[in-house]
Design a protein around this ligand. Structure first.
Ligand SMILES: NC(=O)c1ccc[n+]([C@@H]2O[C@H](COP(=O)([O-])OP(=O)(O)OC[C@H]3O[C@@H](n4cnc5c(N)ncnc54)[C@H](O)[C@@H]3O)[C@@H](O)[C@H]2O)c1
Ligand SMILES: [Zn+2]
Length: 393
């Protein structure tokens, strides 16, 4: 078992990572003994993995179960209302505990219900997607969408424990694993060289769940260190948004239908790397290492038919903008990033042109090491690889 402590004063909590941990919930959560528990999950996740979790939680205390529908559109005020009613009906009190068992959707809406029901009850995160394991279950951000804006309504509510059992990933569709891997890679680029190269050295079947324990733990560690320094995202926590400025814009202009979140972040990382390269903040070698790393996780649906002006408008509308200028996280090396508040429309447009002419190879067919490229400040934006896959889904 790998244990990572999130040190936030009296709200400190452990993240435990290990295969099969879901089979030992009573010994992992001794503080919950005798408390009344409500587990929230989705129909789909519960039907696959509910039995094991139910047995473990029942040993701890009286257990009730609430199942919510699957999908991002259910990360809503409507679901929230249903959760409050269910909590009330099950007799959940201030000293009860809510267990969020599922992906980021279940974790975010359940977490927000726990943050606000009776002004806050204890929360345990038991993530079942790779994205939730390395990102959404850690750090305390919880919330729901508004019909007109994603994640508009939310709070910070740290869990009392996070249990990460990568065995759950055995049933996760490959595209969802891939989506999470882009976020793991992002953690490597932000602050963990070793994680970055470990991902490049994973066997070509790295989507299989058995090799993911160490990278997951490394990504959790990176997020933990950042959250400890800046719990409420007023400063350094923004580094976690690497790839997200353009990524969110791509998701928005395609109405959240074309890309998984991770795929959009993959494109966004390429855009950031390209801007950093143009500014001379990133060497050609490191630029190519990042692009190769991103493409190894791929394939991703393409961006060549997307109107760059629409992307630029979506970037400008992003709630993260300050005083009309767009703040960007830019990689300066593998494992190092800088936040720049002054990225211009022209720079973003140039990066989008690079993305539009991007050509991907299927995973396993990419050069292992960064090939020698032209040095200097110019980024070669011509297609460098033969188009051999059309990944639109
Ligand atoms: N709170 C944060 O800090 C934070 C960070 C990143 C993302 N998020 C949020 O996370 C959400 C996305 O989460 P997600 O990518 O986990 O998607 P998701 O929760 O929608 O899960 C994806 C799909 O996989 C299914 N599934 C989950 N676990 C499974 C398993 N083990 N086997 C088979 N199927 C399984 C789900 O039923 C669902 O259909 C977004 O709403 C995003 O805003 C939050
Ligand atoms: Zn993300």
């Amino acid at each position: 078992v790998i244990e990572i402590l999130i040190r936030l004063g009296d709200r400190r909590y452990p993240v435990r990572v290990g295969h099969g941990l879901a089979g030992s919930l009573p010994s992992l959560l001794p503080g919950l003994k005798g408390k009344s528990l409500v587990v929230v999950s989705s129909h789909r996740i519960w039907s696959i993995h509910g039995g094991l979790v139910e047995r473990g939680l029942r040993e701890l205390g009286p257990l009730s179960r609430v199942l919510i529908p699957d999908g991002e559109i259910h990360k809503s005020a409507l679901t929230l209302g249903k959760l409050y009613s269910a909590f009330l009906e099950k007799g959940l009190a201030r000293d009860g505990v809510v267990v969020a068992f599922g992906g980021g959707v279940v974790g975010d809406v359940t977490g927000f219900a726990a943050a606000t029901y009776m002004r806050g009850v204890a929360l345990v995160q038991l993530p079942t997607t790779l994205l939730a394991m390395v990102d959404s279950a850690i750090g305390g951000k919880v919330g729901v969408n508004h019909p007109k804006a994603k994640n508009l309504v939310g709070a910070f509510h740290q869990p009392v424990a996070v249990i990460v059992d990568p065995s759950f990933l055995a049933t996760l569709p490959p595209r969802q694993i891939q989506s999470g891997l882009y976020e793991v890679l992002k953690c490597g680029v932000i602050g963990d060289r070793r994680l970055f190269s470990a991902l490049s050295n994973l066997p070509s079947d790295f989507r299989s769940w058995s090799s993911l324990e160490a990278p997951i733990a490394a990504a959790c560690r990176l997020k933990a260190r950042v959250v400890e320094k800046d719990e409420r995202e007023s400063g350094v926590r923004r580094v976690l948004n690497l790839g997200h400025t353009v990524g969110h814009a791509l998701e928005a202009v395609t109405r959240y239908r074309r890309f998984t979140h991770g795929e959009a972040v993959g494109w966004g990382m390429l855009a950031s790397a390209s801007i950093a390269r143009h500014r001379g903040m990133l060497s050609q070698t490191n630029f190519e290492a990042i692009t190769t790393g991103v493409d190894r996780v791929g394939p991703r649906p393409g961006v060549d038919d997307i109107d760059p002006e629409a992307v630029l408008d979506a970037v400008a509308n992003d709630k993260k903008k300050k005083d009309g200028r767009v703040s960007f996280v830019l990689p300066t090396a593998i494992g190092r990033v800088a936040i720049r508040p002054d990225v211009t429309r022209a720079e973003i447009l140039a990066a989008l042109k690079v993305l539009a002419s991007w050509v991907m190879l299927p995973p396993g067919r990419l050069p292992g090491a960064a090939s020698k490229g032209p040095s200097g400040r110019e980024v070669d934006s011509r297609p460098r690889r033969k188009r051999s896959i059309e990944a639109r889904r």
